[in-house]
Design a protein around this ligand. Structure first.
Ligand code: AMP
Length: 283
């Protein structure tokens, strides 16, 4: 596996791949890797000649009061994991390599960035869109792989690539979970043991929502209320949002129309750790 920290070195590696007509699959991450990340890597390996993984904790997507400093990091461990997985290239730049002092550009995907996580994390998706656009220019992949775990992020990047005519296909992979249903996340290690036990409430509440709808409930407000109540039953849970939205626009739904696709999405704090999860439901 090749490892690069400088954009120029990565670009010349990519030029080499392109000269040999190799297709490139790209998996952007913030590191502290787990099985969720590796599922993206394996899918990318299946569908491309070469796979590039980036590890970059992007300061632009964290608010001033968020966990940028506390975000778990272990580059040496991540490197070993990626090498063992057979990844071709790791791009792990330092902050000033992507954002020198002169940096001042921001990319914004307007409507999709506003609801859900955008409400409680203003500026978050502009930070995501900006760094992903930079990475897409450097890696120049034919396909980029993203997890459903961050569904809103997937929609934002899908829109970004379409709106700016970027020659990349955006692929979404299913959520990988722990044995009790908790969606895998680098942040899970920051949970104290009691909170970690309670955290399975996210998936359980989402599953209840799914069965409520399958059972014929069509009033979105009632479903949403039930989702919120289920989350609040967990000890120490502070609900940031619990919403039922249209899976394409991410706008709230009122009546659940037969055949429509909705997303049940939740964000819950346990102490300082903010967890998110979601479920796609075909009504
Ligand atoms: P992160 O390092 O948390 O920024 O995540 C990098 C990529 O991995 C994003 O596309 C995430 O959606 C995806 N991802 C994170 N956790 C999971 C998971 N449990 N299952 C599937 N994909 C995930």
């Amino acid at each position: 596996m090749r490892k690069f920290c400088k954009p120029k070195a990565l670009e010349s590696f990519v030029r080499g791949l392109k000269a040999r007509r190799k297709t490139i699959g790209f998996v952007p991450t913030m590191g502290f890797l787990h099985e969720g990340h590796l599922a993206l890597v394996r899918r990318a390996q299946k569908e491309n000649d070469a796979v590039v993984v980036s590890i970059f904790v992007n300061p632009l997507q964290f608010g001033p009061k968020e966990d940028y400093r506390r975000y778990p990091r272990d580059l040496r461990r991540d490197e070993a994991i990626l090498r063992k997985a057979g990844v071709d290239c790791l791009f792990a730049p330092e902050v000033k390599a992507l954002y020198p002092g002169s940096f001042q550009t921001e990319v914004r995907v307007r409507r999709l960035s506003t609801p859900l996580c955008g409400k409680s994390r203003p500026g978050h998706f502009a930070g995501v869109a900006t760094v992903v656009l930079k990475l897409l220019h450097l890696v120049a992949p034919g396909r980029i792989y993203l997890g459903q775990k961050d569904y809103q992020q997937f929609k934002v990047i899908e829109r970004l690539t379409a709106d700016l005519n970027l020659p990349v296909k955006v692929r979404m992979c299913p959520i990988i979970r722990e044995s009790d249903g908790l969606a895998m996340s680098s942040r899970n290690v920051t949970l104290e043991a009691p909170a970690r036990r309670e955290a399975r409430v996210l998936y359980q509440a989402l599953l209840k929502t799914g069965s409520l709808i399958r059972g014929g409930e069509r009033d979105a407000r009632r479903v949403q209320k039930a989702l919120e109540t289920a989350l609040k039953a967990a000890h120490g849970a502070r609900v940031d949002y619990a919403e039922l939205v249209d899976a394409e626009t991410l706008l709230p739904v009122v009546k659940l129309r037969q055949g429509s696709r909705v997303l049940a999405a939740v964000a819950v704090y346990f102490d300082k750790t903010r967890l998110i999860d979601n479920l796609l439901i075909r009504v």
